[in-house]
Design a protein around this ligand. Structure first.
Ligand SMILES: NC(=O)c1ccc[n+]([C@@H]2O[C@H](COP(=O)([O-])OP(=O)(O)OC[C@H]3O[C@@H](n4cnc5c(N)ncnc54)[C@H](OP(=O)(O)O)[C@@H]3O)[C@@H](O)[C@H]2O)c1
Length: 305
């Protein structure tokens, strides 16, 4: 059985991925700071700054998948320490352990690199690409799917706003974004591991982008609610975010996405699709189904309460 070492297995996406890897027949070991590793995975206790823990994690694993990252609410120094220096240490440990494959999960925000999170992920990508490992970098857009651990996704928060009947959207709502379901993201990783043509490539993985208003309408349609979209001029929206982060709860998506959302993040997923022979769920269909599932769960909960 091939052993895969995973960092970030306790996070929103990592929990899905560990389950998918185990289902596919891989042995999985996870670096875990506190709490349990996902069921079926071996726990290796430690932090990204713990060289001994990284050695234990990677020794004997033929594949490394590096997901662990500071993803929200950090200072630039924190993003750099965890995402850049942490990646450096994981690469070192993977080289010493002679891993034959190294997969780095990155973000479309790395392409823009216009906030500390995106910049730190971009710098980490450069480290991976300069290493002697047989690497692949997958850039995901915003992920959505059920929460398996304690964390949920930004899209779930947006869906909640939509269910409340009113959503504030920065700009004119015509900015284009891609959203990827966690099941599709897991399938993308599995296909990458068995597709040699993805080696030494940085690839965007995501369905064709849709306008933000269309995404909101898909969530409203799935939830079976009417939702009023209120367009907020960029100047007002930015000032609101910068001066009163407390008011941010009224705005969709997280700070990084919010501040970069006007840059028309149309990224092309077709090179990845061609290499691995597979396509992700179209954004509108996926968001519609996701919102319908959330609404059904909320109805069951309300009946039980
Ligand atoms: N979610 C998205 O929409 C999205 C989109 C594009 C790309 N990505 C990328 O996908 C990856 C996973 O994202 P996610 O949403 O699952 O993030 P998440 O829910 O915030 O989870 C982050 C994971 O990293 C671990 N971690 C953070 N700092 C660590 C440290 N110093 N040492 C060891 N482990 C540490 C966390 O461990 P603890 O459980 O101990 O905190 C957790 O397992 C990230 O690399 C992110 O950049 C995510």
């Amino acid at each position: 059985m091939q052993e895969i070492a995973v960092t970030g297995g306790t996070g929103f996406f990592g929990a899905h991925l560990c389950r998918a890897l185990l289902r596919a027949g891989y042995g999985v070991r996870c670096l875990t700071r506190s709490g349990e590793a996902p069921a079926g995975a071996r726990r290796v206790a430690g932090d990204l700054d713990d060289a001994d823990a990284l050695h234990e994690l990677l020794c004997g694993a033929s594949i490394a998948i590096h997901l662990a990252a500071a993803t929200r609410g950090g200072s630039p120094a924190r993003f750099s320490e965890v995402n850049l220096a942490g990646t450096h240490r994981v690469i070192d440990a993977a080289v010493k352990a002679r891993c034959v494959r190294f997969l780095y999960v990155s973000t479309d925000l790395a392409a823009l690199a216009c906030d500390p999170y995106g910049q730190s992920k971009r710098d980490a990508e450069d480290l991976v690409a300069d290493s002697d490992l047989t690497w692949t970098i997958l850039r995901f857009p915003a992920l959505y799917g059920p929460s398996l651990m304690t964390r949920n996704c930004a899209v779930e928060s947006l869906a909640e706003k939509v269910r409340s009947g009113r959503v504030f959207v920065p700009g004119n709502g015509r900015q284009r974004l891609s959203f990827l379901h966690t099941e599709d993201a897991c399938e993308a990783v599995l296909r990458t591991l068995t597709c040699d043509e993805t080696q030494r490539k940085c690839l965007f993985v995501g369905p064709q982008a849709v306008e933000l208003d269309e995404a909101v309408r898909a969530l409203a349609g799935g939830a079976g609610v009417r939702c009023r979209i209120v367009h907020v001029p960029w100047s007002v929206a930015r000032a609101t975010v910068r001066t009163a982060l407390g008011a941010f709860r009224a705005l969709p998506l997280n700070v990084s996405m919010f501040l970069t959302i006007d840059q028309d993040k149309v990224l092309d997923g077709t090179p990845f699709e061609r290499l691995v022979g597979w396509r992700p769920t179209p954004t509108v269909d996926g968001l519609h189904r996701f919102a319908a599932t959330l609404e059904a769960e909320a109805r069951t909960y309300r009946r039980g309460a």
